[in-house]
Design a protein around this ligand. Structure first.
Ligand code: ZN
Ligand code: ZN
Length: 125
């Protein structure tokens, strides 16, 4: 279940402990690629261990290694790309969450520059 995204980054300690608010950052490990540390692009899951990476990242990784980068499970002795499959559901989640994340990160960056009296670089947009 996905959390409501309307309250960005605010923690609420007075919430019921039985139903804790799930901060968005809790989902980062699931929608970020451990290889490039960015949000997943063409999310691709290793069927042996269910770890997910960008397709291009994991295919490159398999050029020199047949183990999962996260848990070191041997994906396949000779053809690791046989044991990966696209994860469209997860990719959909990334697409839904990333616009929000980008906006939130951009705000933080603008804040960072403004606090220091600097111009916000155009590359931020
Ligand atoms: Zn990646
Ligand atoms: Zn793994």
């Amino acid at each position: 279940m996905l959390p409501h995204l309307s309250h960005e980054g605010t923690t609420n300690d007075s919430e019921d402990e039985e139903e804790p608010k799930r901060p968005l950052s809790e989902f980062y490990p699931y929608i970020r690629c451990a290889l490039c540390s960015r949000f997943l692009i063409d999310a691709t899951t290793i069927i042996e261990c269910l770890h997910t990476f960008c397709k291009s990242c994991i295919v490159k990784h398999f050029f020199y290694n047949n183990r999962c980068p996260t848990c070191s499970t041997v994906v396949h002795q000779t053809q690791p790309t046989y044991n990966i499959r696209p994860d469209r559901k997860l990719q959909d989640i990334v697409y839904k969450m990333v616009p929000f994340l980008e906006e939130s990160e951009r705000k933080q960056m603008c804040q960072f520059y403004k606090e220091r009296g600097l111009d916000v670089p155009n590359t931020a947009f």
